[in-house]
Unconditional design. Structure first.
Length: 197
């Protein structure tokens, strides 16, 4: 699959100033993802758009650093996950940084693929939970304002109930998939940070 081929696959943006390494990461991912590659911070921001689901970001690059690119991505309000993939060992400054995961080079193909899949799964979980909470609050309001017979006779309300049932199944399946992984705790940290409100 070419790096910019139109596809239903989610988009990963690989940002690394070492072209061989960026190409290797892209090759590891391009069976399941549409991959874009950038070799510096400015190019990364040029290649960034709403289609990007996950960014793999080197911290140490000439010109605009990975930390600055991360700040710009968050400042622009892009709804994507960011994984720092770097040779810089983490220190306490990472606590305030807006990334979702941190890998220290060298990384293996399996490790990279697992991490991208894991952080993307969190995004899917957030979206499901956002819709679920929105519809559940609408149902709660209608239940307090309408009689049972009005609710039972209304087609839109029946569709809302049906959608909530399907979403609940998706929520349960996602929770089961996350159980036993650090994702489970991370997904609920995201909820506590207001990402699903």
């Amino acid at each position: 699959m070419s790096t910019d081929e139109a596809s239903a696959d989610p988009v990963v943006l690989v940002v690394d100033d070492e072209p061989e390494l960026a190409s290797l990461f892209a090759a590891w991912l391009d069976d399941e993802w549409t991959v874009r590659v950038a070799h510096d911070g400015d190019e990364a921001l040029e290649r960034m758009d709403e289609e990007v689901a996950v960014v793999l970001l080197d911290r140490r690059m000439p010109g605009r650093s990975g930390d600055e690119v991360l700040d710009a991505i968050r400042g622009e309000g892009y709804d994507c996950r960011v994984v720092m993939v770097t040779a810089i060992d983490p220190d306490f400054e990472i606590i305030e940084m807006g990334f979702d995961d941190y890998l220290v080079k060298p990384v293996t193909g399996d490790e990279l693929r697992r991490t991208v899949t894991r952080v993307h799964r969190r995004t899917e979980y957030d979206e499901i939970m956002r819709e679920y909470y929105s519809l559940a609050s609408k149902r709660a309001v209608l239940r307090t304002e309408k009689s049972r017979s009005e609710l039972e006779e209304n087609e839109e309300y029946r569709r809302l109930e049906s959608r909530l049932t399907k979403l609940r199944k998706s929520v349960d399946e996602t929770i089961e998939g996350l159980r036993g992984h650090e994702d489970f705790a991370a997904a609920f940290r995201d909820l506590g940070n207001g990402r699903c409100s």
